[in-house]
Design a protein around this ligand. Structure first.
Ligand code: ZN
Length: 389
């Protein structure tokens, strides 16, 4: 049994404890959470730190299999050009890919990340996920813009999912612009209610243009990759309002990026009565589109938010703390005690792992992370992360 204390313990699901103490066993299971002067601690050795102790971070969106692309893709080109660059340059020797993934996995661990929602369209990540200290939920992506591809694509995903831990994997449509209506319909029929969906949403305004007016850079993108898409008719409304009704309900639904999600879109979602989790990946948005989502719209509308790093193809670090820093720098009215929930318990709930992760509670094994150089719960550039357990 080890005891850790800091200026504050933030259990997340209960109030902060000034000078509180957390007791964990060698397996990382929390056996006790104590007030500063609890007599239960008499005679125990307590390791004391300056800073705030929080549970391990949940990275709700990553593509580990693209780790070797760090620094290889030009930034701020917009999404269609970014996707073209990834498609043409993602192949590398397996050795290079394996090494980059191992480094990325280690980087996330050191940065206090305990669980990851990770997208895959190959089995490259399966071995490292099995041996990692991090828990991975793998989202097998399906995509295909031509209706004739739909059956084959669903079958490919069903074959691939066997390579990953069955309790922590599911099949998901990749993005609204990359899936035909036929594919979404087949997908809906082929998955069970427990299959968590994690779809890229409104990452670029070109996606909205495609669905609203059937114009924009995605049409050129399809031509370039030799695809003849079966497009929805121009809908005079944003992408989310067009495709959401095609996704199975009541499956858990994580929408990733949401950079161009409008207030009207939020109204639409509210009216649909669907439980939705909004995953923000601010650093990747700045890298690809040089744009951030309208974060305060989501906050003021009481939407459920989680955080992701996206892959090293569009980020220079895999750190949830770095994502939080960018958000707090750009949205000064944000409250740390709220945003830290996005980084922990909300992500754990979205990935169905809140029984073990996301908060400091007796019986859980959530990991322990120390945030150093925090003053009055203000998240500034000076804050650093140290993994305690
Ligand atoms: Zn992504």
């Amino acid at each position: 049994m080890k005891y850790y204390s800091a200026n504050y313990i933030l259990p997340i699901t209960s109030l902060p404890i000034k000078d509180g103490v957390v007791g964990i066993n060698d397996d990382g299971e929390i056996l006790g959470i104590y007030e500063a002067k609890s007599t239960e601690l008499d005679g125990q050795h307590i390791e004391k730190f300056n800073g705030v102790i929080v549970p391990g971070f949940i990275n709700a969106h990553c593509h580990l299999e693209l780790s070797h692309m760090k620094g290889t893709i030009p930034s701020k080109t917009g999404l269609p050009a970014f996707l073209s660059a990834v498609m043409t340059s993602r192949n590398s020797p397996l050795k290079v890919i394996d090494k980059a993934m191992a480094d990325a996995d280690e980087e996330m661990y050191k940065n206090g990340i305990v669980a990851v929602g990770d997208h895959a369209n190959t089995d490259n990540t399966s071995r490292i996920k099995e041996s990692s200290k991090i828990l991975y939920h793998t989202f097998i992506e399906v995509f295909g813009v031509e209706p004739s591809e739909a059956d084959g694509k669903i079958q490919e995903a069903k074959d691939l999912i066997h390579e990953f831990a069955s309790a922590h994997s599911s099949i998901t449509p990749h993005a609204p612009y990359s899936c035909s209506k036929a594919l979404l319909k087949k997908f809906k029929k082929s998955v069970s209610e427990g299959n968590i969906i994690s779809i890229h949403n409104q990452e670029s305004d070109e996606e909205n243009k495609l669905f609203r007016y059937k114009t924009g850079e995605f049409l050129d993108f399809f031509k370039k990759i030799g695809k003849n898409p079966d497009l929805f008719k121009a809908q005079a409304r944003n992408s989310i309002q067009s495709y959401l009704p095609y996704l199975p309900n009541p499956n858990k639904l994580i929408l990733v990026h949401n950079t161009y999600t409008s207030l009207k879109d939020l109204d639409f979602v509210d009216r649909m009565g669907r439980d939705i989790v909004w995953c923000l990946c601010p650093k990747a948005n700045l890298f690809i589109e040089d744009q951030l989502p309208k974060v305060m719209n989501f906050v003021n509308d009481n939407q459920k938010i989680v955080l992701g790093t996206d892959s090293l193809a569009s980020n220079d670090s895999l750190s949830i703390l770095d994502e939080l820093k960018v958000l707090h720098k750009n949205f000064e009215e944000l409250d740390f005690q709220q945003s830290i929930q996005w980084a922990t318990i909300n992500g754990a709930q979205a990935l169905n792992i809140a029984d073990q992760f996301g908060s400091l509670e007796i019986g859980k094994k959530p990991g322990l992370v120390l945030l150093k150089n925090m003053e009055h719960f203000r998240l500034t550039d000076k804050v650093t992360v140290q993994r305690l357990a």
